[in-house]
Design a binder for this molecule. Structure first.
Ligand SMILES: O=C(CO)[C@H](O)[C@H](O)COP(=O)(O)O
Length: 222
């Protein structure tokens, strides 16, 4: 297994310690989450049901025999576990590399606690090394792209990709994310934008980071 994958797996396995038995659990999307689902299935922990954030995650849950429930069936969630494309010292994130950012933010918002699982390459002092995914209504794509250019970004359509919600993704490079809260809100104010991959209002409460020196548990450093 590649080193990065091994670190993702270690972080995913460590996060199991925070899972409460006989409770509902929100589960994100991506390769780190896939390791988590695998570890959960192999553990003795039995949850009441998982709220999935994507077709990909639902498929994995099904293949590992973990019961799925919809968000509408639960009255909030004690915990949400998901990966990130980048995460900073305040545990604010860029997400959406897998294109599931809208459902991820919805489920994260329903949870009392958000634990991010990631390998050390995702931890950064400044967000913005990776392009920011923005989910757009297809009919507003060009309009939104022009507005994103005005905000200083360079949008590029994710070719051949449609989200689970039937929308498109613009990956926006070179945005100035020195004030990520303002940027998250400014982008979401553009008509036609469904949501963007900045998670500042729903930042993580805890980061379980797979590092070559061992797994580290980090909280926000203000
Ligand atoms: O936001 C996401 C999906 O929309 C993922 O959490 C993010 O892309 C990280 O993925 P991976 O665990 O494969 O590195």
């Amino acid at each position: 297994m590649a080193i990065q994958d091994e670190l993702k797996r270690q972080a995913a396995e460590k996060a199991l310690e925070y899972v409460q038995e006989n409770e509902y659990l929100g589960i994100g999307t991506g390769s780190t989450v896939r390791f988590f689902i695998e570890a959960l299935a192999q553990s003795r922990k039995r949850i009441k049901g998982a709220v999935s954030t994507s077709a990909q995650t639902s498929e994995a849950l099904k293949s590992f025999g973990i019961p799925e429930v919809t968000l509408n069936e639960v009255n909030g969630l004690p915990l949400y576990i998901d990966g990130a494309d980048e995460i900073n010292h305040l545990l604010q994130m860029i997400k959406g590399g897998g294109g599931a950012l809208v459902n991820e933010k919805i489920v994260a918002s329903a949870a009392e606690k958000f634990i991010c699982i990631a390998d050390e390459s995702k931890y950064t002092s400044r967000l913005g090394h990776v392009p920011l995914p923005v989910e757009v209504m297809p009919n507003a794509r060009s309009l939104v792209a022009r507005r994103l250019l005005k905000l200083g970004g360079e949008p590029e359509l994710r070719l051949g990709f449609t989200t689970d919600n039937g929308n498109q993704i613009l990956d926006v490079a070179n945005l100035n994310l020195n004030e990520p809260i303002k940027m998250e809100d400014a982008i979401n104010n553009i008509p036609g934008v469904v949501d963007n991959g900045l998670f500042t209002h729903y930042s993580a409460d805890l980061l379980v980071l797979g590092c070559s020196s061992g797994v580290q548990i980090l909280t926000a450093k203000v």
